[in-house]
Design a binder for this molecule. Structure first.
Ligand SMILES: NC(=O)c1ccc[n+]([C@@H]2O[C@H](COP(=O)([O-])OP(=O)(O)OC[C@H]3O[C@@H](n4cnc5c(N)ncnc54)[C@H](OP(=O)(O)O)[C@@H]3O)[C@@H](O)[C@H]2O)c1
Length: 325
């Protein structure tokens, strides 16, 4: 099968394509999915996992068709069903013609979307949901709350704005470039701020929750915006120095009652299924995508690593097969 690989090491990675990789075989209750499109999270190139995977195949977001199932699979999905999936952080290997999925990772693909559009969604959808609900502990009866989302115009940010405003009814304050403010108001943001304006953090006070998708200096400034007993949830890469149990945030000396969390997104087939239904019934807006053919994998990765792109980058694994038919 064909696949994309990250060769070299984390200090000098090399994106390459390989057309002679061995197709995996599903065991136990695993599913084998024929990948039609695979999303790229550009920062995966600075994660340790792809370098520790023998195949060196990256990719956690896919959309495709069930090709075969392991002998013990008893779930509802059948060969030929269209699915999308987030492959867990320690597994991945989705940027290939075929990938092994666990039943806990796979949900029916939203029917109104192409495979390229669906492949852009799993990580952003699940990260936004888990940040708000699992780590931020947002509940549906807390409509008086205010949530600040940084990187609000990005893939994770736009879903965070939509879930917070539309599913939870909270007031959303969105931090993003001015060119994205109109879009963010349409998605449900009540207030919008540009991080290019000096002292933006002094204009936002007493939010109940910060959902930070940027990290670094932006994350640091959000400590000025959060309530004394509020919560800061961050997913920005690289992770803060205090993440993974490596100590305390220095800001907590001045804000001892602020809870702060960094987390890594987890697979959740049921949440993915529900979010897919929300896309199909129009209560969530899809992301803009830019598909690249397999042979342009390097250009695709270069594009995905740029910030401020305004779209998710996906690799189309089927295009050349349809052309050669
Ligand atoms: N821990 C996890 O499990 C997890 C899961 C998913 C993603 N992530 C990480 O979360 C981050 C966001 O992911 P994403 O897919 O949403 O990225 P994205 O689509 O590239 O969006 C990033 C957003 O950040 C904003 N931005 C860029 N430069 C900025 C700056 N200097 N200051 C403030 N904002 C800036 C941009 O806003 P404007 O265009 O409006 O300027 C852009 O929309 C990435 O680092 C990703 O690796 C982590």
């Amino acid at each position: 099968m064909k696949a994309i690989q990250i060769l070299g090491d984390i200090s000098s990675p090399e994106i390459t394509t390989n057309r002679s990789m061995i197709e995996p075989i599903p065991k136990g209750s695993e599913l084998l999915v024929k990948v039609h499109a695979a999303g790229i999270t550009g920062d995966e190139i600075i994660w340790p996992e792809p370098y520790a995977t023998p195949t060196r195949i990256p990719g956690h977001d896919i959309s495709g068709v069930i090709y075969s199932t392991g002998p013990d699979y008893q779930g509802p999905l059948r060969i030929g069903h269209e699915v999308f999936a987030f492959l867990g952080g320690d597994r991945g290997q989705g940027q290939a013609d075929y990938v092994i999925c666990l039943p806990s990772e796979v949900a029916p693909k939203p029917t109104t979307l192409s495979h390229a559009e669906a492949a852009a969604l799993p990580i952003p959808l699940l990260t936004a949901w888990e940040a708000l609900v699992d780590h931020g502990a947002l509940k549906t009866h807390e409509s008086g709350k205010r949530v600040l989302v940084t990187g609000a115009s990005g893939a994770v940010g736009t879903f965070a704005v939509q879930f917070a405003a539309r599913a939870f009814g909270v007031r959303v304050i969105a931090l993003a470039s001015s060119r994205n403010h109109e879009m963010l108001r349409r998605l449900g943001a009540s207030e919008v701020f540009d991080y290019g304006i000096i002292d933006w953090e002094k204009k936002i006070a007493d939010v109940d929750m910060v959902l930070d998708t940027v990290g670094g200096d932006i994350l640091k400034k959000t400590w000025e915006c959060v309530k004394d007993d509020g919560v800061i949830v961050t997913v920005g890469d690289p992770a803060p120095a205090w993440a993974f149990g490596r100590g305390q945030a220095e800001e907590c000396t001045d804000h001892p009652n602020v809870r702060y969390v960094h987390f890594i997104v987890s697979p959740n087939a049921e949440e993915l299924r529900k979010a897919g239904e929300m896309i199909d019934n129009g209560s969530l807006e899809k992301l803009a995508v830019k598909p690249f053919p397999f042979d342009e994998a390097k250009a695709a990765w270069d594009c995905a690593r740029q910030r401020n792109r305004g779209h998710k980058v996906v690799i189309d694994f089927i295009e050349e097969e349809s052309l050669s038919r």
